[in-house]
Design a protein around this ligand. Structure first.
Ligand SMILES: Nc1ncnc2c1ncn2[C@@H]1O[C@H](COP(=O)(O)OP(=O)(O)O)[C@@H](O)[C@H]1O
Ligand SMILES: [Mg+2]
Length: 631
């Protein structure tokens, strides 16, 4: 669909979502669909739940988060169950500020922004629909119109609990515009939107001296005050603080603990009592979720301050640690790169994985279990099998430390190092070694790393590098093995022809020239030596093979590559030794012969076609593996 069609469609959609009617009509809507009147917390919980839940290995994964947040299933499950779910049921946690606590760049802001974007979308859906008194700057809940003394009757009839008082502004409007006839008050459907400041707000503290509480709670409107004659006339007040605007939805409080206390008290009153004080008015009721984030150090200094004691009990802290699984970390990098301006650079296979191995190592704590080093722990956490350990062990390891994942290298650092390597060297292709090198260089410039940590981290770089060496060797082998079955068969046929001639004391015929020639002793030995057959034992071995072949022939079976275990092993080893030679050649100054060149090119083509390399990274890989094999 073209963009113009999409715009038109969008406009029609907006129109379709518009609804306006009297309070009387609104009551009909909620009679049919009481969830329309749910609290902000309940709406947020339902939004998360409605997106679906997957059970993976007995763990819950909330789809709402899973396509953007990786490796935090446990933290998210806790957040959803202990906070959102309980808050939706109007339990006491709802009355507390949600504080996400975790290390820098661990996904806290991402999480909050998903909630915001999610709410915007959800309010446009059937299930997430939401209504407000028309013309109210705080999009006040229409049910606030129901007088307190009738709320019990209302509950009996509709099954809906009404909390909160009608705001001073709407109280006045009810009298003046509607002559006190509640049923006639106009209600409209609202669509939450941060840009339009409907139901979603963000507050971030600026300089404490210049910060104005009005940013939170609104302020007197001096342009209209003359008209209305008094500061306590609600029409002379602008209800445009973040707390006002975020009513019915969510407000994000950035850097909450850096904020002046007087701001916190407003929040606390709001979360605790469901209302806050603005201007010279009675308390204003609001229904919104407040979510803040902070790091561990800030949180610790906050709670160690006696002055803040009363505040602690009104905050619910949810830890958001770093991801601890290599495969998930790789996904985080991929996502971040996709969203960045280096998305068109070729990143060689395994480069991100190797970086992730390094990163996760910096986050893990040494297990107290026997025989587990951090690398093994890393593999176990990632769901790989490590001999001698089972899933039970992994669960026990996870329980060893409450605060694992609260320190270490953050994903943004890795992405910055990748970008900087690319930009500095003007690379169009980057491999695992480039990445590790750049990470290492960066550690020296990293101001917030202690000397001890730096040493530990440098050591982890070598661990990651060793892992890469293994990966790289396997990768080349795998690519080589492509023509493996065929090469193995050819080599074996060749060997058997020679063995036959040797045992029968015959000559062989050169397939090209037709000339007679002696059995190729060098070839036979090069294979036999692979499995340690000595010069003295070679004759017996060759005869044994001939006997096996004739036994097969008598039974009408074909002797093939798999018919003799030791021979097969010898052939495989020989092939790999040849591979080494081929790979070594590519790294030396010697020019490969035609046959070797052909093999090299085959391997490179294979790496490009099937394993995600480009010609630069494939050549780099071969050269590197060559140098490894030369050691
Ligand atoms: N577990 C994770 N899953 C997905 N992305 C993550 C994760 N942790 C960090 N990120 C990414 O790292 C970057 C920094 O995260 P951010 O949400 O700003 O962290 P914080 O607010 O905790 O400092 C973002 O691009 C984010 O998408
Ligand atoms: Mg952040």
């Amino acid at each position: 669909m073209s963009i113009l069609d999409r715009l038109k469609e969008f406009r029609e959609e907006e129109k379709r979502l518009t609804w306006e009617g009297t309070f009387r009509e609104y009551l009909e809507i909620i009679k049919e669909k009481p969830e329309v009147a749910q609290t902000a917390h309940s709406r947020i919980y339902n939004m998360i739940k409605d997106a679906g839940v997957e059970e993976i290995d007995g763990k819950r994964s909330y789809k709402f988060f899973s396509n953007e947040i990786y490796g935090l299933e446990e933290a998210i499950e806790r957040l959803v169950e202990e906070y959102f779910h309980s808050a939706a049921k109007r339990l006491d946690v709802r009355k507390r500020i949600l504080l996400l606590m975790g290390p820098v760049s661990g996904g806290k802001s991402t999480l909050v922004s998903m909630l915001k974007r999610g709410l915007e979308k959800y309010s446009r859906s059937e299930d997430g629909a939401i209504y407000a008194i028309k013309g109210c700057p705080m999009h006040e809940d229409p049910l606030h119109l129901i007088p307190h003394h009738l709320r019990e009757d209302f509950y009996n009839e509709y099954g809906i609990k009404v909390e909160g008082n009608l705001s001073p502004l709407n109280m006045m409007r009810l009298e003046q515009e509607y002559g006190g006839v509640i049923e006639e008050v106009i209600v409209q459907r609202i669509l939450l939107s941060e840009d339009r400041r409907v139901g979603i707000g963000t507050f971030s503290p600026s300089d404490p001296k210049s910060q104005d509480i009005a940013d939170l709670t609104g302020s007197i409107d001096f342009s209209t005050i003359a008209e209305y004659g008094s500061e306590s006339d609600p029409r002379a007040y602008r209800f445009d603080g973040e707390l006002n605007k975020a009513n019915r939805g969510l407000m994000e409080f950035q850097e909450m603990l850096k904020c002046d206390e007087k701001f916190l008290w407003h929040l606390l009153s709001l979360t605790q009592e469901g209302n806050f004080k603005a201007g010279r008015f009675a308390l204003i009721s609001a229904d919104e979720m407040i979510v803040a984030h902070t790091n561990e150090a800030e949180y610790k200094s906050f709670i160690s301050n006696k002055k803040n004691e009363a505040l602690h009990s009104r905050i619910i802290v949810m830890p958001i640690p770093y991801n601890l699984r290599v495969s998930e970390e790789e996904k985080i990098y991929k996502k971040m790169i996709k969203d960045s301006d280096i998305s068109d650079v070729h990143i060689a296979p395994h480069a991100l994985r190797v970086a992730a191995i390094f990163t996760i190592l910096t986050r893990l704590k040494e297990s107290k279990k026997q025989g587990v080093d951090v690398l093994k722990k890393l593999k176990l956490y990632d769901g790989q099998t490590v001999e001698g350990f089972n899933t039970q062990d992994v669960e026990e390891m996870k329980k060893e430390y409450q605060d694992e994942g609260m320190t270490g290298i953050d994903p943004r650092y890795v992405i910055n190092r990748i970008s900087s390597a690319i930009i500095r060297k003007e690379l169009s292709s980057i491999n695992a070694l480039d990445v590790l090198r750049s990470i290492k260089e960066g550690l020296d410039q990293h101001a917030s790393i202690s000397k001890e940590d730096r040493e530990r981290y440098i050591n982890f770089i070598s661990v990651a590098r060793k892992e890469y060496d293994e990966i790289a060797k396997k990768e080349v082998q795998k690519a080589f093995v492509y023509s493996y079955e065929e090469s193995a068969k050819t080599l074996m046929d060749n060997y058997l022809d020679n063995v036959e001639a040797f045992c029968n004391k015959n000559k062989l015929r050169d397939p090209l020239t037709g000339d007679e020639m002696n059995p190729d002793e060098k070839l036979m030995r090069s294979i036999e030596e692979q499995i340690g057959i000595s010069e003295n034992a070679k004759k017996a071995f060759r005869e044994e093979i001939l006997i096996r072949i004739s036994a097969y022939a008598r039974k009408g079976k074909r002797f093939d590559y798999n018919s003799h275990e030791r021979l097969r092993e010898a052939i495989q080893k020989k092939l790999f030794a040849d591979l080494k030679d081929v790979v070594k050649i590519t790294t030396s100054t010697k020019t490969p012969d035609e046959n070797q060149l052909k093999k090299v090119n085959e391997v490179i083509a294979r790496l490009i076609d099937d394993h995600g390399y480009n010609s630069v990274s494939a050549n780099e890989l071969l050269r590197y593996v060559g140098s490894l094999l030369n050691r």
